[in-house]
Design a protein around this ligand. Structure first.
Ligand code: ZN
Length: 250
């Protein structure tokens, strides 16, 4: 029986029985793990959504051959309550949590994703705009998941894509210049590429401080990232509609 003491973000809480729940966690040391927590139903019953992306410390026991670990000794490290109680950021939490459990494979260490979540939550708490933060998170998560690798150079010939037209090729997957694009590759707006290049280069708090990402660029980049997700999943994430509500539909 393997034992792991780690910190983790709560991605999802499901009822397991009358008294017990299953937590889906992004752990610092072991990636996404599902773990049963005994006697916690009452604690999570009323505020499951409020608990999302709360950072905890936990001990996990994993029996060989079982896909469900057992969680014990849960302690709060950092609550996401502040973000959950602000209208602008509340809708982001379920979306970020669902994205992580969708795009990260279970039981594969994902330290970069863990650092990404902490960085995005910290920046949001410091006042970074929700839409810029959402695009930053998506762009990096899709890179870590291998769906939008690299920067803004052509994945086929290496040419810088800042001029001359670019497309997204879901088969590679990656960004390619018009000259290297396969038929059916989706066109990518220049404004989306410019913002993506900044996101690849800079931290979110720096981008927020300089007011990076005007409305048109954010919308353009959102279009690209949605296309990347949709080509891979075949549909949009359930919690994404909350974001549409927030921005008045996009
Ligand atoms: Zn090319």
């Amino acid at each position: 029986m393997a034992l792991l003491s780690t910190t983790a973000f709560i991605l999802r809480v499901d009822a397991l029985s009358e008294k017990d729940v299953v937590l889906t966690l992004l752990t610092r040391d072991g990636g996404v793990v599902r773990a049963a927590l005994r006697g916690a139903r009452r604690r999570f019953r009323h505020g499951a959504l409020i608990e999302l992306l709360t950072e905890i410390s936990v001990t996990l026991f994993q029996k060989e051959g079982s896909d469900l670990a057992r969680a014990d000794g849960l302690e709060l490290v950092r609550s996401a309550f502040g973000l959950a109680s602000r209208a602008e950021t509340a809708m982001l939490l379920p979306y970020v949590a669902e994205s992580l459990s969708t795009f990260l494979p279970e039981a594969e260490a994902a330290p970069e994703a863990y650092r990404l979540v902490r960085h995005v939550l910290d920046a949001l708490e410091a006042g970074a705009p929700a839409d810029l933060s959402a695009r930053y998170f998506e762009a990096w998560l899709l890179r870590l998941a291998g769906l939008l690798p690299g920067g803004t150079e052509c994945a086929a010939c290496g040419r810088d894509l800042s001029t001359g037209g670019a497309r997204f090729d879901p088969e590679l997957p990656g960004l390619v210049g018009n000259e290297c694009a396969a038929p059916g590759a989706a066109p990518v707006a220049a404004a989306a590429l410019r913002l993506l290049a900044e996101i690849r280069r800079c931290k979110l708090d720096d981008l927020a401080r300089r007011g990076a990402g005007d409305a048109a660029s954010l919308r353009a980049l959102e279009g690209l990232l949605r296309e990347v997700r949709r080509r891979f999943l075949g549909h949009e994430l359930k919690s994404h509609r909350f974001l549409d509500t927030l921005s008045g539909g996009s």
